[in-house]
Design a protein around this ligand. Sequence first.
Ligand code: ZN
Ligand code: ZN
Length: 217
Amino acid sequence: MLEAALRYLENKPACPHCKDQLTLCHAPPMHVGDGLGWGSEYLFICLNNECTLYVNGWDFVDVQYGHVGSYRHMEIPGSKETYNMMVAGQSAYTGSIVDVEALKKQNARYQAEKVATAALDTCLEENNLEPVLALLTDNAAAPEGRKRAAALLVPLNDINCIESLRNQEYGNNHIEQDINMAITKILAAHFLRECPFCAELIKSRAKVCKHCRTELK
Ligand SMILES: [Zn+2]
Ligand SMILES: [Zn+2]
């Protein structure tokens, strides 16, 4: 849905009545006329107040239906469907204009999540920590994928995961517990621990931290 809208946006769709570029809007929850859904989360609408369809629509609606209203040109992204959509006033749909930059970012994040999730299947044999870290440091990623990623930390046994993982706020207790447990195991497997004073990695049996020089028990 989102991808179709963004792809359509690349074509810079224009209004056939005024040639102005159409604006991407969130679809209202219901079809205004007959109560059916639009079948799309997004609509492209001509919001140009000088658009001939819109300017001439007031008289047309008045004569035809005897009430106040006009039309806006509308297209559904990814389909060939276009509509003259009745509006009651100038501000209709202006409150549902999509923040395109935010939407592109959201889409890029989602695409990266898909790639990382697919890469989990082969990351062990490739010794590739990257997709695991990508999912664990992306709090918007799906919990199932992140749980799978967390379960791969110990088998990957890569000490380089610790810095990124320790610098992340998870906002999810299950994931955080899984990660903390994995870090404990990875440290033990490398005969390392984190200095309780400066958090740098040191040998398990060190008596003095080589980084902060604190005496350790
Ligand atoms: Zn127009
Ligand atoms: Zn230290």
